[in-house]
Write a protein that binds this ligand. Structure first.
Ligand code: FE2
Ligand code: FE2
Length: 439
């Protein structure tokens, strides 16, 4: 279960340790490292008294402990890497290669052997990536970054009529620090999973033991998810075309991974249906009127409109429908509930593994959506009303979808609880709206 964790908090350290220990990259590349290490904040960690950084007890590809370091620890810890708070924060957020920053002098080696560290480059990277993956789900809970930086401006374009007047890479240069580029880096590191390699053998065994009601509910939920993933795969292109036409290359680059991921999500659930349930039946009866109104109509129309109207208002409505409602309210809540259900009932491990990956992919998509909406509203403040009205209108429809799921089942199996769904979806929604409207 993933929850929002504050960066550098004790919970975050625990999650980081767990993430290191489940990283096959670290297990593989870190097996030669057998001693503790300190990652030091040269300017301290303001909230924690006497804390100089993190003390990591690393041994042969595993991490035995992570805790706050103090000055005493420095005496008998053989390797100490030091950098400013912001450097570590940035490194963890972007998952960049720490050795490169060491070579540049942004990180300094206070104690230890540079040669040894250099030979452990891949281990160091895996360690930081494990940290980065912990905050993955948190990326959109932080303040949504501003898109007002000059470098992030799109290049001039003459549209289809007059050809292009310039390229960003050969005038201003790509903005590697922009939020979409950070998400793109994350997508390349964390979005690499292959739906066709998920092992469904245990799922197949377990499927035969479910009752008819349990099978129906699993088919019902999966039938909503798979069509939802197909819908977002089919409907994203007009948004990609829009940012491309505006010359927003960084956003388009991230959206290439976004679309690829939606395609993989579709493949994943389709494979589950085919190989685990063993039947490809017509599942349309699982799509009630509220589901159809959102997934067959609203989503399609909001994105399709961009083909003829690329005004900021039209873009805003498309992103609210796609990112805030379909992904940020329905998919996120649906997958969180599905993941919890699979974990708590210890069942369908292949499905659970895939849903785990999917949740992380979706968190990047939602983060992009919030960034995108914020950019539009910042440059067109008059759109704030549209944001409130449209999001509110669609939230009602999303809640109708949740109600519709539970309607046919007086007794829902696997501990699924409608109250939990509604509360989680509403909380996530209001948290984001508050963030978008307050800044
Ligand atoms: Fe998806
Ligand atoms: Fe998505």
């Amino acid at each position: 279960m993933e929850t929002v964790i504050t960066l550098f908090s004790p919970e975050w350290m625990n999650a980081w340790q767990a993430s290191i220990n489940s990283s096959s990259e670290y297990k593989n590349h870190g097996r030669k490292w057998k001693e503790p290490l300190i990652l030091k904040f040269s300017d301290g960690l303001p909230e924690i008294e006497n804390c100089t950084g993190f003390w990591l007890d690393l041994s042969e590809g595993t991490c035995r402990e992570i805790r706050y370091a103090n000055q005493e620890d420095e005496k008998d810890t053989p390797t100490i890497l030091s950098a400013e708070y912001e450097v570590w924060q940035n490194l963890i957020k972007t998952g960049k290669d720490p050795l490169f920053l060491l070579m540049k002098g942004t990180i300094s080696l206070e104690k230890g052997s540079l040669l040894k560290l250099t030979s452990q480059r891949k281990a160091a990277k895996a360690l930081l990536q494990a940290a980065s993956s912990v905050i993955e789900f948190d990326s959109e809970s932080e303040s949504v970054p501003q898109a007002s930086d000059k470098k992030e401006q799109a290049v001039k374009t003459n549209g289809s009529k007059g050809g292009r007047s310039e390229f960003k890479t050969t005038t201003q240069g790509l903005d590697f620090d922009s939020f979409p580029m950070q998400l793109f880096q994350k997508a390349k590191q964390l979005g690499i999973w292959n739906p066709s390699e998920i092992d469904f053998s245990k799922d197949k065994e377990q499927w035969g033991n479910f009752t008819d009601l349990e099978k129906t509910v699993l088919m019902h939920l999966t039938g909503m998810f798979v069509a939802g993933e197909e819908a977002v795969t089919l409907d994203l292109l007009p948004l990609i075309m829009t940012v491309a036409e505006e010359g927003r290359i960084e956003e388009e680059m991230f959206l290439t991974s976004f679309l690829w991921e939606e395609a993989k999500h579709t493949e994943f659930f389709a494979r589950f249906l085919k190989e685990v349930t063993g039947q490809q039946i017509n599942m349309e009866h699982f799509h009630g009127p509220a589901y159809k109104a959102l997934f067959y109509q609203e989503l399609h129309e909001a994105l399709e409109r961009l083909k003829r109207d690329r005004s900021p208002e039209s873009q805003l409505k498309a992103s609210i429908t796609y990112n805030m409602i379909v992904e940020g309210t329905l998919a996120e809540t649906g997958y969180e509930a599905y993941y919890r259900m699979l974990t708590e009932n210890d069942m369908l491990p292949g499905l659970r593994e895939g849903v785990g990956h999917l949740k992380r992919d979706e968190s990047r998509h939602i983060a992009f959506g919030l960034y995108f909406i914020k950019r539009l509203v910042a440059t067109n403040p008059e759109l704030q009303d549209v944001l409130e009205n449209e999001a509110g209108r669609l939230l009602d429809k999303a809640i109708d979808v949740v109600n519709e799921i539970f309607e046919p089942y007086p007794e829902m199996p696997f501990g699924l609880d409608k109250g939990w769904y509604i509360e989680y979806a509403s909380n996530q929604f209001s948290k984001r709206i508050a963030k978008l409207l307050s800044e």
